[in-house]
Design a protein around this ligand. Sequence first.
Ligand code: G3I
Length: 303
Amino acid sequence: SQSIDALFKAKGKEFYGTATDQGRLQAGRNAAIIEANFGQVTPENSMKWESINPRQGQYNWGQADYLVNWATQRNKTIRGHTFVWHSQLAGWVNQINNRDQLTRVIQEHIRTVGGRYKGKIYHWDVINEMFNEDGSLRNSVFSRVLGESFVKIAFDAARETDPSAKLYINDYNLDQPNYAKVTRGMVANVNKWLSQGIPIDGIGTQGHLQSGQGNGLAQTIKVLAATNVKEVAVTELDIQNNNSNDYVAVTRGCLEEPKCVAITVWGVRDQDSWRPQGNPLLFDSNYNAKANYNAIVQLLSQR
Ligand code: G3I
């Protein structure tokens, strides 16, 4: 089947990518599918804090290095995922209760991981999932100890470490334009933080959808793009149940918004998805492109 990445690029967009990691790349036909059909990879788990920095001063580079080398050798763009996230966080970080210490730990983590891959990561998800559904700050070790100042600490450290990387703030349930997490959470805060000089380049909307939510996400892309941020991306798209129309709606939504630069789907085959039900991805268990995939090809083939 035709590459949705090549077709998306022909429409002026930057990439259509997917999530993977060493285990997947070495299994079945995943690597071949990604080489042929996608232009970008996100490490699904290997760069998360608990994987890459499980104990203070200890870094496990093996799986992340594999992903970065694999992608670099094949000219695939990489989204780094993720520096500061309350989930899949190393236990030792959760126990810190001192401001200066947590500040130094965040800075050292970002300088070490970001520094190792400097110049090779196109987007970094600097902060992931920091808002509650009502738009307030999620309770985490970061917000408890540092208030919202952890946002500036993390983005400043990321900018200083890898100045060519585009720095993203990423979240889920940003799928309905009038939802509080969108308006009071992401939109209001990103505009405020940009006015304070915090170097946020992009907003990522993950896009873990149910059938019927594609149009809502397309509308939300416009709302996020109407902030003062430079760009927006759909970073973890998967859609449960009968969803070709939804994949088309999301892809069209990105096409129609000049600030929307890219789409990443969260895996290759349905059976390898983190969501066991609802066949949410673009390839079946035999690595055949599904109707969802072909519908995107058809949309992107129109002149
Ligand atoms: O690697 C260990 C393995 O050693 C162990 O034996 C096994 C037993 O449970 O677990 C393995 O770790 C699992 C890991 O995936 C790697 O496969 C974890 O249990 C499992 O919880 C983890 O799930 C990941 C999940 O994030 C964790 O929050 C999913 O693969 C991953 O797709 C998912 O991705 C997140 C994004 O990062 C952020 N947005 C939401 C998205 C979906 O939850």
